[in-house]
Design a protein around this ligand. Structure first.
Ligand SMILES: Cc1cc2nc3c(=O)[nH]c(=O)nc-3n(C[C@H](O)[C@H](O)[C@H](O)COP(=O)(O)OP(=O)(O)OC[C@H]3O[C@@H](n4cnc5c(N)ncnc54)[C@H](O)[C@@H]3O)c2cc1C
Length: 429
């Protein structure tokens, strides 16, 4: 992998790392380099939290070995660079599933730990870190610590959601969950207006393990489709291999007209009230199109993901959607869901009780950044926060306001480790 190839998902044109060092064995020492280090998983973070412009990236995909799997207890030990997709291929046929999964299966185990990723079941299962039994943390002073909720618990809490800054995770042990088949029973309900969304969503959270809504962010009255899901006692053939966007087109293919047309057609398509599907299209619809991030063209795109606490959720979400619809910018990938009350394992974990809204925005320069400033004001006033894994521009003050345990966290940062994100939010005040 060349320094230029180690990109982040938003393709926003960050300066490259000076060097990339592969980490292929879990017993290896960290390389001695002059500048800073940052682990790099599979680059599925959108902005500069997985990048180290001018420094060294530790490319971890070579840490790809399974260490042990107990098919009776569902305890899996593997190296840090194993992809969630590789785990699913191994364990689903044996009746196990990931306890929490983000919307793409092409992320590494350590990447999932470092962002304490969430899935469609936060209300039922919390975030990824809640299911990590232990991991090994290698620091630049050569120390190796086994961290778990009981052993080196402070290092565990700093490293879960710790944005790769506390050291290199070399291996981890996860607790998987039992399933009876590879299929998901899905219930689809259209909604119109946020009041209807909140009412239907509360019901969906009571009835289903998974609940997430797609929302048409360009409509005057927010409308969308709520998808409840549960593991089903059925096995379906895996969908055939998907398509690929082979090249970055010279211009973004996403504009107001194409978005409005897509959203209207998507909302209006004949949604079956109930269907049983293979787990992949339910959890990972975007994985079916390889390199779909290229459709935003050479200027790339941003994701804006916020969470606002329950008391402010209805009003703040409404204000954000009105600002987005009024701006004429937005995405066909708008996702709305609730996080439950289960507290997160990490000092800097993003999930907290409340409502989370996630949207992609083509990079239109100042117009896009102006919209984000308006959204920031709404999120801050509501007592919410933004997700570093999806961020490429939040002001330092916004980060500090959203993460009250930041000062505690900084004492665990490895002095040799840093990232573009970290320098941006810690050094620019
Ligand atoms: C289509 C899509 C859908 C997504 N959906 C969701 C979602 O539903 N929920 C959600 O929470 N996120 C979601 N994400 C974000 C994604 O899950 C996270 O950004 C994830 O952390 C990426 O993992 P990665 O392996 O690609 O790591 P990278 O993006 O390469 O790195 C992520 C972080 O992990 C650190 N890291 C990597 N390896 C190690 C290591 N060995 N030791 C210590 N630190 C390490 C890096 O330094 C960095 O801080 C989505 C992303 C995409 C592209």
């Amino acid at each position: 992998m060349s320094a230029a190839q180690a990109s982040a998902w938003g393709n926003l044109g960050w300066p490259p790392a000076a060097e990339i060092r592969r980490v292929d064995t879990r017993d290896a020492d960290l390389p001695a380099v002059a500048g800073t280090l940052l682990p790099y998983g599979n680059g599925r973070s959108y902005g500069d939290s997985c990048l180290n412009p001018g420094g060294t990236l530790l490319a971890t995909r070579g840490l790809d070995r399974f260490i042990a799997f107990d098919a009776d207890t569902g305890v899996l030990a593997c190296e840090a660079g194993v992809l969630l997709a590789e785990i699913l291929d191994l364990v689903v046929p044996r009746g196990w599933f990931l306890p929490v999964t983000p919307g793409t299966r092409y992320v590494t185990v350590a990447g999932a730990i470092a962002n304490d990723v969430h899935g469609k079941n936060h209300h039922a299962g919390g975030a990824f870190g809640a299911h990590v039994r232990s991991f090994e943390l290698l620091r630049s002073d050569g120390s190796r610590r086994r961290c778990s909720p009981a052993e080196n618990a402070d290092w565990f809490a700093a490293t879960v959601g710790g944005l790769g800054l506390t050291g290199l995770v070399t291996q981890a042990e996860l607790q998987l969950k039992r399933i009876a088949g590879n299929a998901i029973a899905v219930r689809n309900v259209r909604f119109s207006g946020l009041d209807e969304f909140f009412a239907l969503n509360a019901e969906a959270e009571r009835e289903h393990e998974y609940a997430v809504a797609w929302i048409d962010c360009l409509a005057k009255t927010p409308r969308g489709v709520l998808m409840g899901g549960d593991h089903a006692d059925a096995d379906l053939p895996a969908p055939r291999g998907g398509r690929n966007v082979p090249l970055t087109p010279p211009l973004s293919l996403i504009n107001h007209a194409s978005l409005a047309a897509f959203n209207a057609a998507y909302y209006g398509k004949p949604w079956p009230a109930a269907q049983t599907v293979h787990y992949r299209p339910y959890f990972y619809p975007l994985d079916a199109v390889g390199h779909w991030n290229r459709i935003y063209g050479p200027r790339g795109f941003y994701q804006y993901q916020s969470v606002v606490p329950p008391a402010a959720a209805r009003a703040a979400t409404g204000e954000m959607l009105a600002a987005i619809a009024g701006s004429g910018q937005g995405s066909f990938l708008a996702v709305l869901k609730n996080f439950g009350a289960r507290s997160s394992s990490g000092l800097l974990s993003f999930p907290m009780a409340g409502t989370t809204l996630a949207l992609d925005f083509p990079n239109h320069g100042a117009a896009t950044l102006d919209l984000f400033a308006r959204l920031d004001a709404i999120v801050r006033a509501a007592g919410g926060r933004l997700y570093p894994a999806k961020d490429a521009r939040m002001p330092a003050a916004m980060f500090r306001a959203g993460y009250p345990r930041l000062a505690e966290f900084t004492s665990y940062v490895d002095p040799k480790f840093s990232s573009g994100f970290w320098r941006r939010v810690m050094e620019n005040n």
